[in-house]
Design a protein around this ligand. Structure first.
Ligand code: HEC
Length: 173
């Protein structure tokens, strides 16, 4: 029994070491293969507002699209493609009637952001994300990133905005 336990431990250690020593899959550049964002970009809530969008149907959401300083400048200057360092955030919420506001208006007319649903990002790094138009996509619900299969859906649809560097949202003055 003791012998079996020892063998198991030895096997585990050997496997663990092999995993440690084996190199991670690499790109030609030497960086580990990047696919999508696994961490929420720092300070996104302080980014500047670009525009908003309401999706009806199943989504029934209201979204705010925000940009960091690099992206904001490119938007304002009308410059495409967006430079490396660009971060665009899309903050999504449930689209809900506001009873509080409707009471004031005396009729049902006010809709506001409700509970947050997800936050999405597009980060420009033309080398790291060369395979997806230079954009790293990110999706976070309750702080957790979308899984790999789900993240494969982003770029094929954003390719429809090819003439605007794969970005749909226009700058709202
Ligand atoms: C079926 C098409 C479609 C898919 C799939 C899709 N998007 Fe989008 N996305 C859009 C459209 C259209 C907009 C603009 C309207 C809006 O904001 O709702 C947009 C807006 C965005 C924006 C704001 C910048 C912009 O391009 O306007 C971000 C960031 C974003 N999407 C990230 C993602 C991520 C991350 C995924 C994958 C998890 C994803 N999108 C999947 C169609 C899509």
């Amino acid at each position: 029994m003791k012998h079996i336990t020892f063998s198991l431990v030895a096997a585990t250690i050997t496997t663990g070491l092999a995993a440690l020593i084996a190199p991670a899959p690499q790109h030609a550049s030497g960086d580990p293969a990047p696919a999508f964002l696994t961490e929420i970009p720092h300070g996104y809530r302080d980014f500047k507002w670009i525009s908003s969008a309401h999706e009806a149907g199943n989504l029934n959401s209201i979204g705010a699209v925000l940009a960091n300083d690099v992206a904001f400048k490119a938007y304002r200057d009308g410059k495409l493609p967006f430079p490396d360092g660009t971060i665009i955030a899309a903050l999504h919420y449930r689209y809900v009637p506001s009873d509080e506001n409707n009471k004031v208006f005396g009729q049902a007319q006010s809709f506001v952001p409700g509970a947050p649903t997800n936050i999405q990002f597009m980060v420009k790094d033309s080398v790291k994300y060369a395979a997806t138009g230079g954009w790293g996509f990110g999706h976070f619900a309750n702080g957790k990133p979308g899984n790999e299969a789900f993240m494969q859906s982003c770029f094929p649809c954003h390719q429809k905005a090819q003439s605007t560097d794969f970005v749909f949202t226009h700058y709202t003055p």
